[in-house]
Design a binder for this molecule. Structure first.
Ligand code: XIL
Length: 330
């Protein structure tokens, strides 16, 4: 069944996409694609710590403002990513060795940024990718990051508390990857997420949702039952499920649009079956819209050198079959 979503008034599950600020002034068809196809448009990078505050003295809100104004000015909603992330901690912060100074910088950052966009951003990925990449192998539950080293696991409640102080109405999200697959490694990652949620709640710290990034790998097996159980476990804790960074990483299918798009459609169908089994998620966001621009092209290219086809629209801005599949479910 469908549950009412806080993101869309009509109870439909809204579809959103992350936009790259630096591309917004170029090709108008890029902006058009978002306006035509999205309920939500969010900055892909502009709200990350190291871009907002690259040095202690420089705050650069302009790129994020541009996306927020673009979204709200065109009747869309928007949301933010992310306060705590190993991939966007600026060097000047990493040089801080004193825990009390680090805590002060973190809290000030989250409060200042949260307050600036209060009432505009529907929610925030407060902590992104804090679960250890391979917890069983590494024999640890949290990723070894600057924030963990300087503050310990308490950096997570510190961040959520600051975010709640700054914008009490924002949906506060714990966001992570590799929560979608079959196997002990992925079971362990889901268990760790649930235990972080419980620890926050036991400490009376507000957490509203867990974000499944949804980077779908063709060479991993999506675990429908485990995702369903995870969704139910979150619901029992009063925490919602959202999909935050949907795209396809396919190193497996024979090269070519037809075979890769067939794999993508199968992956998305299975993923949506899992995510929707218990009840509809609150929101589904894809990590970009067109294959012309994607981190997958740069960071996760196919080993055979063939073109990656990670996103709902191809390089000619035509929708893939999986976008139609997705749209039927949302
Ligand atoms: C990526 C962006 O897509 C790139 O443009 C940027 O250079 C690095 O970050 N998981 C995440 C996202 O949580 O924030 C990452 O986004 C992709 C992987």
């Amino acid at each position: 069944g469908r549950s009412r979503s806080a993101y869309a008034a009509d109870g439909r599950v809204p579809f959103g996409a992350a936009i790259q600020t630096e591309l917004m002034n170029g090709d108008p068809s890029y902006r058009e694609l978002f306006l035509k196809n999205c309920d939500l448009v969010m900055p892909m990078n502009a709200l990350k710590f190291s871009l907002l505050r690259p040095t202690r003295d420089i705050w650069d809100f302009a790129p994020a403002d541009k996306v927020v104004d673009f979204a709200l000015g065109n009747g869309k909603t928007t949301r933010g990513t992310c306060h705590v992330w190993w991939g966007a901690t600026p060097d000047w912060v990493k040089a801080i060795e004193s825990p009390s100074e680090a805590e002060k910088v973190l809290v000030e950052h989250i409060e200042r940024v949260g307050d600036r966009y209060k009432g505009k951003l529907r929610g925030w990925d407060v902590a992104n990718e804090v679960v250890a990449n391979d917890p069983l192998y590494e024999n640890r539950s949290l990723r070894d990051t600057y924030w963990l080293r300087v503050l310990g696991p308490r950096h997570i409640p510190i961040a959520f508390k600051a975010a709640a102080n700054a914008d009490p109405a924002a949906d506060l999200v714990l966001n992570d990857y590799d929560l979608e697959y079959q196997g002990p490694h992925y079971d362990e990652r889901r268990t760790i997420v649930l235990s972080i949620v419980r620890q926050l709640q036991d400490a009376n710290v507000k957490i509203d949702a867990v974000g499944l990034q949804g980077h779908l790998y063709a060479d991993k097996v999506i675990d429908v039952d485990a995702i369903d159980r995870f969704h139910r476990d979150l619901d029992a804790l009063g925490v919602k499920l959202i999909v935050t960074e949907l795209d396809i990483i396919d190193w497996k299918s024979p090269a070519g649009a037809q075979s890769q798009d067939k794999t993508a459609a199968e992956l998305v169908t299975r993923f949506l079956d899992a995510v929707f089994a218990f009840k509809a998620p609150e929101l589904v966001v894809s990590w970009g819209l067109t294959d012309r621009y994607s981190w997958v092209n740069d960071v996760m290219p196919r080993p055979d050198g063939a073109e990656s086809r990670p996103l709902p629209f191809d390089r000619a801005l035509l929708p893939k079959p999986w976008f139609e599949t997705l749209r039927k479910r949302l």
